[in-house]
Write a protein that binds this ligand. Structure first.
Ligand SMILES: Cc1cc2nc3c(=O)[nH]c(=O)nc-3n(C[C@H](O)[C@H](O)[C@H](O)COP(=O)(O)OP(=O)(O)OC[C@H]3O[C@@H](n4cnc5c(N)ncnc54)[C@H](O)[C@@H]3O)c2cc1C
Length: 427
């Protein structure tokens, strides 16, 4: 038998990798995490965690420390459509459903990610920072290790299971042929922080305009996260001038400019994208993918980190079986079961993500949807509860919800009955 360096090698120590390492090390496996970065490291992100992400943070035993701050507690989301119509969904106001917390948590990524990785270390995972994985190693028709550069020295590390948790355009997914660029969403993001933005209350804001959207959310410590998302076709205008591009875009939209008036940029502008990345399947012999490496969620719904950590939770029992399997057959059965489990878990989210993506890309559709949701707060709370990960997607993908949304989009004079009745949803 070939010598091995760990039972599981996790490539990437972000939320997906750190959570995977935590759960597997806690279950008794010998886990080695490799990340090219040195922590704390920043990551372009709107830095908001859904109410249900708090359940997993609690399981990882980091929630209470993160909540003590610096952090912000977001009561819900406010969306402003291109014509200025706005609606608001409150996490604590969804009839029949309760999240683990009644608020979302906004925390700077350097704080969050370092805390998560430290927790993985505390339960026994070994973590190697400054370790850049360059390729995968094949042996007898399966992936059996990785080639990694650590302080300029290139070496091979082996394990019965490699977990690709290395984010958007994952090297593990690319080298195993699992990942591919899709047609959608071809968008870029520019993320920065402002100081001095006033917040009457802590809430996430999404301002949608023709050709993009901009998110504004407090993240504690007097800082506000500002994330601008635009079509990837604007890449040439952004290259080398990302700060100017953000400032120009804000100035072009008076409502956004007014919202940020009197504040100033407090961190560099970081660019990321395009986001059109998705793996066909999340496993191959010797490999499983988790987090953004498996599929990227559009930042609009702020679900990426929940999906990354939830994916790690789902992977744990299957990874354990795959790492300890005594035959290739049982190893594969475990990994294929993980892939099916992911699909069951996230299929509804993918559908809703596409519907929201289509609305965001069409100002007319967005205006109509916003008008309907503004007239029917119960529908807005339900939608925001779904993006908050504690209301099942079936609540929004139901004929009843869609009909009410469509009915609400018709101007009052043309409608027969008022539709602003709360949804009678039961658990
Ligand atoms: C603009 C924007 C806004 C967003 N806003 C939100 C939000 O508000 N809420 C939310 O939940 N999600 C949000 N997301 C999504 C969220 O950032 C991701 O879903 C989340 O970071 C995924 O975690 P991950 O661990 O899979 O990947 P990452 O956090 O990207 O971590 C991957 C890790 O792998 C390491 N790595 C990469 N390549 C290699 C290599 N070759 N060798 C070794 N290590 C490697 C990296 O250094 C990194 O530490 C947003 C994303 C964008 C772009």
């Amino acid at each position: 038998m070939t010598a091995r360096d760990a039972e599981v090698i996790v490539v990437g120590g972000g939320p997906a990798g750190a959570a995977t390492a935590f759960f597997l090390a806690r279950a008794g496996l010998d886990v080695l995490v490799l990340d090219r970065a040195h922590f704390p490291r920043d990551k372009p992100c709107s830095e908001y965690l859904s109410p249900q992400a708090s359940r997993i943070l609690h399981e990882l035993d980091v929630l209470e420390a993160l909540e003590r701050g610096p952090a912000a507690h977001l009561s819900g989301m406010r969306v402003v459509a291109p014509d200025g119509t706005s609606f608001e969904g409150t996490f604590g106001a969804v009839q029949g459903f309760r999240g683990f917390r009644s608020h979302g948590l906004a925390v700077r990524r350097p704080i969050l990610d370092q805390r998560l990785l430290s927790r993985a270390r505390e339960v026994g995972a070994r973590v190697r920072e400054g370790a850049q994985v360059r390729d995968v190693v094949r042996d007898n028709g399966r992936i059996a290790g990785v080639t990694v550069a650590i302080e300029e020295r290139v070496t091979t590390l082996r394990a019965p299971l490699i977990v690709g948790a290395d984010g958007l355009r994952s090297i593990v997914a690319r080298r195993t042929g699992l990942g591919a660029h899709g047609r959608w969403p071809r968008r870029l993001a520019l993320v920065t922080h402002f100081a001095g933005v006033s917040h009457e209350r802590e809430i996430g804001e999404m301002h949608v305009f023709r050709g993009g959207y901009l998110g504004i959310a407090p993240v504690g410590g007097g800082l506000t996260n500002v994330a601008l998302v635009v079509p990837a076709g604007r890449r040439d205008e952004i290259r080398g001038a990302s700060a100017e591009f953000v400032e120009r875009t804000i100035a072009l939209h008076p409502a956004i400019a007014a919202r940020l008036a009197g504040s100033g940029r407090a961190s560099p502008v970081r660019a990321v994208g395009p986001f059109n990345w998705r793996a066909r399947v999340a496993c191959a012999p010797g490999v499983a993918l988790v987090g953004d490496a498996a599929d990227f969620f559009d930042p609009f719904t702020g679900e990426g980190m929940y999906a990354a950590m939830r994916g790690a939770e789902l992977l744990t029992p299957y990874a354990w079986e795959a790492a300890r399997a005594t035959s290739l057959g049982t190893h594969l059965v475990a990994l294929q079961a993980y892939d099916r489990c992911r699909r069951n878990e996230f299929a509804g989210k993918w559908a809703i993500e596409r519907l929201i993506g289509a609305a965001v890309a069409s100002p007319r559709l967005m205006n109509l949807a916003a008008a309907s949701l503004a007239r029917q707060p119960a529908l807005a709370h339900t939608l925001v509860g779904v993006t908050g990960d504690f209301v099942p997607t079936s609540e929004v993908l139901s004929a009843r919800y869609i009909l009410r949304l469509l009915a609400g989009a018709i101007p009052r004079g043309n409608r027969k009955a008022p539709v602003d009745k709360p949804l009678a949803v039961a658990r």
